[in-house]
Design a protein around this ligand. Structure first.
Ligand code: ZN
Length: 379
């Protein structure tokens, strides 16, 4: 397939790499982290805040935008960029993950997924074609295929090989239908395939080969960080990443902690998204260079230090831990805002330091220092 996606690796250090990903609304420096903007906004962050912390791409949720405000309204704005007034790149998921999480309210068939709207109970049907049609109207710079994210377990039942195989095969058939619809829509953006296969290496390999045969602009690793024990994340990542050809961008979906991201970069991953920095911020759980802080803790009640002396964000430049503690305890809206500015700045600054260390061929030194500082928990 041909379109505007152009991914160039600028330099490497071990398996970590610096790249440039050219998209219709701008060029990304990778490795990159994508703040999650579920329903058309990154919670508690204004556009000017996102610009100040250096966000170059955000993620939108197809399912949420389809439910509200509805696709007609976004179509009247000629796409999501104009609706939310964000003219930099946007990646959208396929909507599948949210539909499948409705569990007993959804029924999966070969054709697609039937489910009841969580907004008004109306009967809805999401297919690969429908997901791609919605994402085409959103005009996402990166469209994700519609697939079934294979869970690690349902209730107490751990998904076995046969179930994972059957789910992965369905996802491959849906991947082909997703790309066919993308072409029918004459969509000039980029489309990523998603590697599934659960915790089973042979299934992961079959999924990669099937997706490579179909042919996408980039490849995501899905179905991780879905409740499996942590060792599977590392094991599957180490197995899957090298099997995706190096000339494609590699995206690890929904991961994760700063430590997970740093380890994934060592495995050649270029793109990340996670709700952790934004969601945790609203709960008063803050990431710092020297470990995580629960700002609600009474030890910060009279602490006149800045949140993280190594951080240059608006929050850290201006306010004390004591003040942030007070805002959290009194549930002020400003608490969510200031905490989110800091957490996202922490993640984006970490990505910047990663890119610089790869440039200087010092990624391993940077990584060891970073992980050591983080585990010191000296705040
Ligand atoms: Zn800060």
């Amino acid at each position: 397939m041909t379109n505007n996606l152009n991914f160039k690796i600028i330099n490497t250090d071990g398996r970590a790499r610096n790249g440039l990903l050219h998209l219709n609304h701008g060029t990304l420096k990778t490795p990159t982290f994508m703040p999650v903007g579920t329903g058309g906004c990154v919670k508690a962050m204004l556009k000017r805040d996102l610009e100040e912390i250096g966000a170059h791409i955000i993620l939108g949720n197809t399912f949420h935008l389809w439910m509200r405000p509805g696709i007609d309204i976004i179509n009247h704005h000629e796409g999501l960029h104009n609706f939310i007034k964000w003219q930099k790149p946007i990646l959208t998921d396929s909507g599948g993950f949210q539909v499948f999480s409705l569990k007993e309210l959804c029924k999966i068939t070969e054709e697609g997924v039937r489910f009841s709207s969580p907004i008004n109970g109306s009967k809805l049907f999401l297919t690969p074609e429908k997901s791609i049609q919605i994402q085409s109207i959103l005009n996402s710079d990166i469209t994700m295929i519609f697939d079934e994210c294979t869970p690690y377990q349902i209730g107490s039942h751990i998904i076995n090989r046969e179930e994972a195989r059957s789910s992965m095969h369905l996802s491959l058939r849906w991947a082909k239908r997703s790309l066919d619809e993308f072409k029918r829509q004459e969509n000039k953006n980029s489309m990523f395939g998603i590697v599934q296969g659960g915790i089973y290496e042979d299934l992961r390999e079959e999924s990669i080969n099937g997706l490579l045969d179909i042919g996408f602009n980039g490849y995501a690793i899905g179905g991780l960080s879905v409740g499996e024990p942590k060792e599977y994340l590392h094991k599957i990542l180490e197995f899957v990443s090298p099997k995706i050809p190096d000339n494609f961008p590699k995206y690890l979906m929904g991961v994760g902690t700063p430590e997970d991201i740093v380890n994934a970069v060592s495995n050649g991953i270029d793109m990340f998204d996670c709700v952790m920095p934004t969601r945790n911020a609203r709960n008063g759980w803050l990431f710092t260079r020297y470990g995580n802080i629960k700002i609600k803790n009474s030890r910060y009640k009279n602490d006149t230090n800045g949140l993280d002396p190594t951080c240059a964000c608006y929050t850290c430049r201006n306010f004390t831990r004591s003040y942030l503690h007070h805002l959290q305890i009194t549930k002020e809206i400003n608490s969510s805002i200031l905490n989110t500015i800091h957490n996202l700045h922490f993640y984006l600054n970490m990505m910047k330091e990663i890119r610089e260390s790869i440039n200087e061929k010092k990624f391993d030194i940077w990584k060891n220092n970073f992980l050591e500082d983080r585990s010191s928990n000296s705040y």
